[in-house]
Design a protein around this ligand. Structure first.
Ligand code: ZN
Length: 155
């Protein structure tokens, strides 16, 4: 490895490290890994804390059509409203906007070849899903959310 490659690699590693620390440490609600593991099922932990993805069409919330609010399973912050939910046909609960812009945070996810917009709870950092640009009007956005990250509170 020549010097230029070494510097680029080091910078890349440092950048990734800094982003991971920010995701871990800068939220109003913080819990240790052990605390999260104790309060979540293995699947919830995998999705919410390790950015995993539930299998499509497995969440009961995918077919939830009642009026109500979808709360973060990690900290109970209201994240999505039934008013903004729609059937995207993807097998994951889908919304065209969050209940408020402040409810969720986003970052660029480069785990796959194509960069995607990851979204998470703004209060506890739990991973929710991804935001795509093929949603319905008025926003044109599709918030593709793992049902295991949410709890539903009927109105
Ligand atoms: Zn939360």
């Amino acid at each position: 490895m020549n010097r230029r490659n070494f510097i680029a690699t080091t910078a890349a590693l440092f950048g990734i490290g800094a982003q991971a620390r920010a995701a871990e440490g800068s939220f109003e609600v913080t819990r240790s890994r052990a605390e999260w593991k104790a309060m979540l099922t293995a699947q919830e932990f995998s999705v919410m804390r390790e950015e995993g993805t539930e299998r499509a069409f497995t969440s009961p919330l995918n077919n939830e059509k009642r009026a109500g609010t979808f709360l973060c399973k990690g900290c109970a912050l209201p994240l999505y409203s039934s008013e903004h939910k729609y059937d995207s046909g993807t097998g994951w609960p889908s919304f065209w906007q969050a209940v408020s812009p402040d409810a969720i945070g986003t970052k660029t996810d480069r785990k796959l070849f194509l960069a995607r917009t990851e979204c998470h709870c703004a209060r506890c950092g739990s991973h929710l899903g991804h935001i795509f640009d093929d949603g319905p009007q008025p926003t044109g956005k599709r918030h593709c959310i793992n049902g295991v990250s949410l709890t539903f509170a009927p109105a």
